[in-house]
Design a protein around this ligand. Structure first.
Ligand code: ADP
Ligand code: MG
Length: 249
């Protein structure tokens, strides 16, 4: 059994069947990519995994426990973290302040304004955040305002903030969208490093085939809301159905 098991999931928006009969099993410790044309239902599927949407049919379980009916923050506490398409960082805060927030949330189990107000004097939180920034090679940027960083560095900070919560499953929705090649390559290197140094499973939705083939061990191709094929990158590359549905050949 996989760390994440999706069985017969369906989701309808009015007259549109966005997902139907989605089955997906993500093996622990792997990088699993979900690819497919625009509108295939990739983000909808991800939203069903993190409690932002509730599927009409089917089941979703993480480490054997159902996530259905749980709120996004509860699913987060179960060990699933998600990186959004646009970086979700606090632009007006410094890199260090941004980093302290998930450290605080992880330790206290919830975010409280009073803890936030006192966090600069909270030795334990300062140390955790510094350690995390060192780990992610961002310590030299600690006093920078997050908004003034490059797109690649914003993404790095956001991923670092997710990792501070020590997730066992990291979900990424098009993490390199809109990035220049250099930032994309940095993001690939960062994800490779994370995968090699941490006990984590990564599920990535990605448009850029260079990213997909650089990172993933399994690939699921979604087309019109249903998985078309699931295989290794080598098999996916030459698959006639994939070329037809996805590459437009
Ligand atoms: P992808 O991420 O693969 O590009 P999405 O999951 O965003 O695709 O969308 C799948 C389909 O569902 C699209 O046709 C999209 O327009 C539709 N859709 C997504 N979210 C909603 C929503 N909240 N309400 C109505 N339709 C939606
Ligand atoms: Mg999408």
């Amino acid at each position: 059994m996989g760390i994440l098991e999706v069985k017969n999931v369906g989701k309808r928006f009015g007259g549109l069947q966005a997902l139907s009969d989605v089955n997906l099993s993500v093996k622990e410790g792997t990088v699993h990519a979900i690819i497919g044309p625009n509108g295939a239902g990739k983000s909808t599927l991800l939203n069903c995994l993190v409690g932002k949407l509730i599927p009409d049919t089917g089941s979703v379980s993480f480490e054997g426990q159902s996530v259905l009916g749980r709120k996004p923050h509860e699913i987060n506490q179960m060990g699933i973290s998600r990186v959004f398409q646009t970086p979700e960082i606090f632009g007006d805060l410094t890199v260090m302040e941004n980093m302290m927030i998930p450290c605080l949330a992880k330790r206290d189990g919830a975010f409280s304004i009073s803890a936030y107000g006192a966090m600069m004097d909270d030795r334990e939180i300062v140390e955790r955040a510094e350690h995390m920034l060192e780990d992610m090679r961002m310590i030299d940027k600690r006093e920078m305002h997050a908004s003034s960083m490059s797109r690649g560095d914003k993404r790095r900070l956001e991923i670092a903030m997710c990792l501070a919560q020590e997730p066992r499953l990291l979900l990424l929705d098009e993490p390199t969208a809109g990035m220049a090649r250099a930032d994309t390559n940095n993001t690939i290197d960062l994800l490779k490093e994370i995968k090699e140094t941490r006990p984590i499973t990564i599920c990535i939705i990605e448009h850029d085939m260079h990213v997909v083939f650089s990172l993933s061990e399994r690939i699921t191709v979604l087309a019109q809301g249903t998985p078309l094929v699931e295989d290794t990158p080598d098999k996916i590359k030459g698959h006639p159905k994939v070329r037809e549905a996805y590459l437009g050949e």
